[in-house]
Design a protein around this ligand. Structure first.
Ligand code: AMP
Length: 410
């Protein structure tokens, strides 16, 4: 489903387009309509499923629609890192709306509080806070939450595991009764249900189950420079003459064509499939692949969900998928029905940060391969991964209307 079909504001659609989010993920598709209707919601979803945008988008939509003149939204999260990640997404998604946000967490520099206080005195739309720090500010009357209409508790199970139950109850006691409350949690133990019962009103329940990659898939990742990618996949294919079905995923239609072209000339048949092909042609290519006429199929994510071709020997991720959940879908094409399979991912500088997100989602460190010597030196896994989102989000501050200051709607 597209975001336009979900009925989101034009300014949000523009930001989504900028960020390259083309289609809503399942948690977004299922949650956004209910949140837009003003219902309370409890969402069972892990990091990597797109759950952050699932609550930020409808709340930003509400902020644009209602044109609040006060702080309307409080997002409570377990850790400073999560607060920062959410803030980055808020900044990206609210780029064209002018909505503002602020993070409140402990452990920052001594001067941070003064900066935060000034921003809050000017007024912000959204506060993203860790429980301990927020309680301190509430007690000191530094923060006014009496106008909050939207409350989000994110990673609620982790907050309870970290002993924040009392703090959460206390924070909520400062909030108005009349509000929309959303709660997201990776698991749904009874204590989470009890929390929801206490603070949410007739919540809609949405659950996204990301199954972990099957044990039968042996995963491996190579850190590479772009120019090493094609020689490496050629070598990986050559070294496995007994593999009859190899699926290569890449992010764009253009790359599908480039890869197909560069693999032609080997003694096997290679074909590409993307949304460029008519449905009839897609079916034909898939049939040839499942009948083993085509040995190597190069595809975009259009076919990572849903198709059921058994006994694919190896999946190669030519690049890291944008959305970590897509990694699970992509590599789930191999090792189906108890068979064994290989999943190999090529990680360049731009993708190293995203790959860390995948390892977080699957709760496993993927073993790292050593590049064959003849392909030259590989980049170092330890080099600091580049967060491309930060570069994009940074634009707002540099080129935004208010030249770096938080933008407050008048
Ligand atoms: P989250 O589960 O919120 O931590 O999101 C995981 C990652 O998926 C983040 O890097 C998001 O930027 C990305 N993401 C979220 N929604 C989408 C979407 N609809 N399409 C592509 N990427 C997305």
């Amino acid at each position: 489903m597209t975001f336009k079909e979900l009925g989101l504001d034009e300014q949000l659609l523009e930001a989504l387009d900028f960020m390259g989010f083309e289609k809503a993920t399942p948690i977004q598709e299922q949650s956004i309509p209910h949140i837009l209707e003003g219902k309370d919601l409890i969402g069972c979803a892990q990091t990597g499923t797109g759950k952050t945008a699932a609550f930020i988008l409808p709340i930003l939509n509400k902020i644009v629609e209602k044109q609040y003149k006060h702080t309307s939204t409080l997002i409570v999260v377990p850790t400073r890192e999560l607060a920062q990640q959410i803030d980055q997404q808020v900044q990206g998604l609210s780029y064209f709306t002018g909505a503002t946000s602020i993070c409140l967490y402990g452990g920052g520099k001594a001067g941070d509080w003064n900066t935060q206080k000034k921003a809050m005195d000017r007024g912000v739309d959204i506060i993203i806070a860790t429980p301990g720090k927020l309680i301190t500010h509430l007690i000191m009357k530094n923060v006014n939450v009496s106008t909050i209409e939207n409350l989000i508790l994110d990673e609620a199970d982790r907050m309870l595991d970290m002993g924040f139950y009392e703090d959460i109850c206390r924070i909520i006691s400062f909030l108005p009764e009349n509000r929309q409350s959303l709660m997201f949690s990776a698991t749904m133990p009874p204590k989470i249900r009890a929390l929801a019962k206490r603070f949410l009103k007739n919540p809609v329940e949405v659950s996204i189950d990301i199954s972990k990659p099957s044990e039968g898939v042996s995963q491996l990742a190579y850190r590479v420079y772009d120019k090493q990618k094609t020689p490496l996949i050629k070598k990986l294919i050559e070294e496995r003459p007994d593999y009859k079905s190899i699926l290569i995923f890449t992010s764009t239609k253009r790359k599908v064509n480039d890869i197909v072209r560069s693999l032609k000339g080997g003694n096997y048949l290679v074909k590409g499939i993307s949304s460029d092909l008519e449905q009839k042609d897609r079916e034909e290519v898939l049939l040839d692949f499942s009948n083993r006429k085509v040995r190597v199929l190069v595809a975009t994510d259009v076919i990572s969900r849903g198709i059921d071709i058994k006994d694919i020997n190896m999946v190669i991720n030519y690049d890291v998928p944008k959305n970590p959940a897509d990694y699970v879908h992509r590599i789930g094409r191999t090792a189906r029905a108890e068979t064994k399979g290989e999943a190999i991912t090529l990680v360049n500088d731009d993708d190293a940060y995203k790959f860390k997100g995948i390892e977080k989602l699957i709760e496993k460190e993927v073993p790292k391969g050593k590049l064959p010597q003849e392909l030259g030196d590989a980049p170092d896994w330890k080099s600091k991964p580049r967060n491309n989102k930060k570069r994009f989000y940074g634009k707002k501050k540099r080129f935004g209307k208010s030249s770096g200051k938080p933008q407050i709607r008048k």
